[in-house]
Design a protein around this ligand. Structure first.
Ligand code: ATP
Ligand code: MG
Length: 396
């Protein structure tokens, strides 16, 4: 019953958060039918419980009456034959009557206990799940991280897949240098940065930060060394100020600091256009931001964290090319002060990188500087020419 109830609530939650998709695909009818089926299942399980519970009370009463009948028959005989006084008999049978209600209460307690145990069992499965990726014994932080990143023959399989998501990936970036990552969709770019931050464990090879295996760092220290703007950034249903200062809550009230990063991310003017500026609540309880606004707020959040490694995973994909250029010019100095890993499909976002890596199907197919790669006349060159043409068409 409890399991069925959780399926019901999950269906409702999904339908409410995905209500626009349901409406746009005109699936109200189908979703109603699904809700109906799950509700019926829940109803059926409840009815089963009610039936068991319904037969419990008459059964108890039957047993109680039977026992009183036996008591009357056997006790009556004993009193008649003089082996028991009438007082003893009356006392015994009234004690028996007093026991009926506690017996019913025990039944009820068992019912509640069973229901609680079923729910607790389901909760425990979540609470007792141990993370697969944990600190290795002896993991320790030794001084501040400079930000050198090196991959040595890294191979990574995602759970249950036979094709590797990363195959023999090797590259190195020195501290305060920039790595540009590009390549086809699903080629493993995001997996590279997820593996670096140990969101996934690699099966072969090693990843080094400042020459030390990432597994020798405490997880918190490793992740604390990087400011990461993930591909699908998440904003909390809270004020913009709180969202931007998420990594450094003490700066939520520091208007100057917030403004500085928001100007860099070219989102300050749009924030000021909201009626409550930085105090505007976003998300479910407030204003809905556009995809590009969300991305720039997420970028501002990462810029506020002054970390030795800055990772931008396709972080400006929903922003037009001109704005992206402006933002990249704004954060140039930030990128120069840190190790930057920039993932992008747009060549101009990565062409100044000290090392550009082109990926396809989990493998590095080309790597070098922008000029070296152009000279190779391979995949990168092809992308470059295509994007140049696109730009020419757009400007004429
Ligand atoms: N958690 C996961 N479980 C299973 N497979 C995954 C997981 N995450 C990624 N993959 C697979 O790994 C491969 C590489 O994915 P990845 O997200 O790194 O690609 P990407 O280069 O970042 O692509 P995009 O340009 O679309 O962001 C894909 O085939 C993807 O399906
Ligand atoms: Mg990706």
């Amino acid at each position: 019953m409890q399991k069925s109830f959780s399926a019901l609530t999950e269906l409702v939650r999904e339908n409410i958060s995905g209500i626009r998709v349901v409406k746009l695909y005109v699936q109200e009818g189908a979703e109603n039918a699904r809700f109906d089926a799950v509700s019926r299942d829940y109803l059926g399980k409840n009815m089963k419980l009610v039936r068991i519970w319904g037969s419990f009370f008459p059964a108890i009463m039957l047993i109680a009456s039977l026992s009183q009948g036996i008591c009357f028959w056997a006790g009556g005989r004993m009193v008649v034959f003089g082996t028991m006084s009438i007082g003893d008999y009356v006392a015994f049978s009234s004690y028996l009557g007093m026991l009926i209600w506690p017996m019913i209460a025990v039944g009820e307690a068992i019912n509640n206990f069973q229901r609680g145990a079923a729910s607790q069992g389901r909760l425990n499965r979540i609470l007792e799940t141990r993370p697969l990726i944990t600190d290795r014994p002896g993991a320790a932080q030794r001084g501040p991280v400079a930000g050198g990143v090196e991959f040595r023959g890294v191979t990574l399989y995602h759970g249950g897949k036979t094709a590797p998501s990363l195959a023999e990936v090797s590259f190195a970036v020195a501290p305060r240098r920039m790595l540009g990552l590009t390549g086809t969709v699903g080629s493993g770019k995001s997996t590279v940065v997820n593996a670096l931050l140990r969101l996934y464990e690699v099966q072969q090879g090693e990843i080094l930060v400042d020459g030390r295996d990432v597994r020798d760092y405490p997880l918190a220290a490793l992740r604390d060394a990087a400011a990461y703007v993930p591909q699908d950034s998440f904003l909390f249903s809270d004020t913009l100020a709180e969202n931007i200062a998420f990594g450094r809550p003490e700066l939520a009230g520091d208007q100057a600091a917030l403004e500085r990063v928001c100007r860099q991310a070219a989102v300050h003017d749009e924030i000021m256009a909201f009626p409550r500026g930085y105090q505007t609540v976003v998300g479910e309880r407030g204003v809905t931001l556009s995809g590009g606004q969300k991305q720039r707020v997420a970028l501002a959040r990462a810029l506020l964290l002054d970390k030795p490694i800055l990772i931008l995973d396709d972080s400006l994909s929903a922003v037009d090319a001109d704005t992206e250029r402006r933002i990249l010019a704004n954060i140039r100095s930030e990128l120069d002060r840190r190790t930057a890993i920039v993932i992008s499909h747009r060549i101009f976002a990565i062409q100044d990188a000290d090392l550009v890596v082109v990926m396809d199907q989990g493998r590095i197919v080309e790597s070098g500087t922008h000029d070296e790669l152009l000279a190779k006349r391979g995949k990168y060159h092809e992308m470059f020419v295509l994007q140049q043409l696109e730009q020419q068409i757009a400007t004429t």
